[in-house]
Design a protein around this ligand. Structure first.
Ligand code: ATP
Ligand code: MG
Length: 105
């Protein structure tokens, strides 16, 4: 049985550039969520709860700068290749590698 974390967030940061400088909405958030666990994120209004979760789901405006790592079931959610499309729809992670001959056909 796989007893590893379902969701592993490491050093998540989100900032929004603006004319008045950089607004740092989330600074260095890390947590692990295991199967069967419930995690409550608690903090004052404006402390970054919504922004941190939207970052994991890829639902921030393009201007947002997201760094760190978030793995769901081992697949990286952040970075340039967050999702790829296959016959089943949008799938998190990097596409499976294919050899060149197969791609050329
Ligand atoms: N699209 C955006 N552009 C610029 N700043 C943003 C944007 N979205 C959120 N922020 C800022 O990021 C910070 C964190 O906001 P967030 O909505 O995550 O707070 P929250 O903890 O969910 O608050 P609440 O408890 O009120 O829901 C705030 O300073 C907010 O103004
Ligand atoms: Mg909120």
């Amino acid at each position: 049985m796989n007893s590893g974390p379902l969701l592993e967030v490491e050093n998540l940061t989100v900032s929004f550039p603006s004319r008045r400088g950089e607004l740092r909405a989330v600074i260095g958030v890390s947590y692990s969520l295991y199967p069967q666990q419930t995690l409550a994120i608690v903090g004052e209004s404006g402390s970054g709860k919504t922004v941190s979760c939207r970052a994991l789901m890829g639902l921030l405006p393009q201007a947002a700068v997201v760094t760190g790592s978030a793995r769901f079931g081992g697949a990286e959610l952040l970075g340039p290749v967050a999702f790829y499309q296959n016959a089943a729809g949008a799938v998190p992670g990097a596409p499976p590698s294919r050899d060149r001959d197969e791609v050329a056909r």
